[in-house]
Design a protein. Structure first.
Length: 223
């Protein structure tokens, strides 16, 4: 069974937490780094820093009925890269009612490369009713403010370090390059199986644009 390619000098971070009615949410992103590969202890420091950056910039847009409870990080540079998890308890700070659990704001990642399917993004959950313009749109002010907060979040990520490991900011990671058509020997049906790259392709994220249309995170709630 093929495995995903290594991603040089890159850490995957995943943030998880709770929504109203004890539902769960999760988002993830990748950051490159310079310096030496992080140790297990370094990963804990970096995960704690990511949690602090989220609380400082993004929690203001999330309902008080939600909370960030954990951040885990894994070094993807090799199959035995270090990993760790920071347990936290950062409640959302927006003093308004939360929209339904599946509603999220979509923060699009601005990258230079253009390719089919190339739409890197993050689904920000637990958005509140004061951000609503109509039945399917957020207000322009909310989109501008959250976009600015995402840029500040990334700036804070870039400032994180542990010993010789220094984060250099959020990136897009492409694991696949085309596909191979494979026929099922029983049903004789064909399907396209994505082909892993030999080495993952990394795109620097230059900024963030928040889509005014409601996003739906139902299938990605624990991404």
């Amino acid at each position: 069974m093929p495995r995903p390619p290594d991603v040089p000098s890159t850490i995957r971070f995943r943030l998880t937490g709770t929504l109203q009615n004890a539902a769960a949410w999760g988002v993830r992103f990748y950051s490159t780094y310079t310096g030496g590969e992080p140790t297990v202890a370094n990963m804990l420091t970096l995960c704690e820093g990511v949690g602090t950056a989220w609380q400082a910039n993004i929690s203001a847009f999330q309902a008080t009925s939600s909370a960030l409870t954990a951040i885990d990080g894994v070094d993807l540079s090799s199959t035995d890269g270090a990993g760790n998890t920071a347990d936290v308890d950062y409640a959302g700070e927006a003093p308004f009612s939360q929209l339904p659990n599946q509603v999220a704001a979509v923060a699009k990642f601005d990258i230079a490369r253009r390719y089919r399917g190339g739409k890197p993004k993050m689904f920000v959950p637990a958005i509140t009713t004061n951000a609503v313009l109509d039945e399917s749109h957020f207000t322009g002010a909310f989109c501008d403010d959250l976009g600015a907060a995402m840029n500040s979040f990334n700036d804070n990520v870039k400032a994180l370090f542990a010993d010789s490991t220094t984060l250099t900011g959020i990136v897009n990671v492409s694991f696949y390059d085309g596909f191979t058509s494979v026929q099922n020997p029983v049903t004789l049906r064909w399907r396209n199986v994505p082909t892993y790259r030999a080495v993952a392709l990394i795109d620097v994220v230059g900024g963030f644009t928040v889509d005014p249309v409601f996003g739906t995170q139902k299938r990605r709630r624990l991404a």
